[in-house]
Design a binder for this molecule. Structure first.
Ligand SMILES: NC(=O)c1ccc[n+]([C@@H]2O[C@H](COP(=O)([O-])OP(=O)(O)OC[C@H]3O[C@@H](n4cnc5c(N)ncnc54)[C@H](OP(=O)(O)O)[C@@H]3O)[C@@H](O)[C@H]2O)c1
Length: 255
């Protein structure tokens, strides 16, 4: 398929490389800055632009992967005619694209992407949605060409999926960061925690996360909790997070 990438960030980079690998033609990359546009276009050996009036009319599909707040102000400056446009956002409804074209959809790969890290795309759930069955079929075929897991998911469910993903990925990663900072204070290498991190993730592949919960909060070990809170006195925000999470764990397990 002939595809124009609108955006050249983390997702556009990984998705663009996967699409090219699966023999799709990336016609052009648009991004706000020359640095991002050129960097991705070089990787994909294609054209790039930073000008909305130079976005190529040759795409069969325009994949929009820009910051969520930029989608509407940016798209109203690009003339798509009746061409197919899909965004890649978890939290934005399908209808956000309605003002810009008659043919629109969502192509949301549910994974965490960074420009510099390759991922195994074949295992990534690609959540699709479209404004009519023909466009849905196009996105399903595109999804199946890059992944073994393509799912039709409506805007409401996708929004909930994204909310859940923020908890299990972004918040968990922030907690790793707090863990790393605390270890640094005592000159301990973060590596020591890696087997624990891997086993914590591996466990939920077998059990429900609720059944896998361990630690002072689920045991309601008050002495340990109070000592930890004391140790966090110099970090009031982390102290609050510790308290809030401990209460949440305790409440869920005493229901
Ligand atoms: N990263 C992920 O793990 C992930 C996973 C699933 C879905 N998504 C979705 O993919 C989309 C992009 O996310 P991302 O992580 O790839 O973001 P990102 O790495 O921060 O890249 C954002 C892109 O948006 C452009 N942009 C930002 N503000 C803009 C503006 N005001 N006007 C025009 N362009 C603007 C940036 O252009 P410049 O670089 O040229 O400034 C860049 O190309 C989002 O909808 C996100 O929800 C991301």
């Amino acid at each position: 398929m002939d595809i124009v990438l609108i955006g050249a960030g983390n997702l556009a980079t990984r998705l663009g490389l996967r699409l090219k690998e699966c023999n799709h033609r990336i016609v052009q990359v648009y991004s706000r800055t020359e640095k991002s546009a050129r960097e991705l276009a070089d990787k994909l050996k294609t054209e790039w632009t930073t000008r909305v009036d130079e976005v190529s009319p040759e795409g069969q599909l325009y994949l929009v992967s820009v910051s969520d707040k930029a989608v509407e102000p940016l798209l109203c400056k690009i003339g798509f005619g009746k061409r197919l446009v899909a965004h890649t956002a978890g939290s934005m409804p399908l209808d956000v694209l309605q003002p810009f074209t008659d043919n629109f959809g969502v192509f949301y790969p549910l994974q965490t992407f960074s420009k510099s890290r390759a991922v195994d795309f074949s295992q990534i759930p690609v959540c699709i949605e479209a404004n009519n069955p023909e466009n849905l079929a196009i996105l399903r075929k595109l999804g199946a060409s890059i992944s073994n897991d393509v799912r039709e998911i409506g805007s409401e469910q996708r929004r909930q999926l994204h909310l859940s993903a923020v908890f299990v990925c972004n918040f968990v990663n922030h907690l790793y960061t707090i863990g790393e900072e605390l270890l640094k204070e005592k000159e301990i290498d973060f590596d020591v925690l890696k087997p624990l991190i891997i086993e914590t993730a591996a466990k939920v592949l077998e059990f429900s996360p609720k059944d896998a919960q361990t630690g002072p909060a689920v045991r309601f070990d008050r002495n340990v909790i109070d000592r930890h809170l004391e140790m966090l006195e110099e970090h009031p925000q982390w102290n609050d997070i510790y308290k809030l999470l401990s209460e949440s764990i305790h409440q869920l397990h005493t229901k």
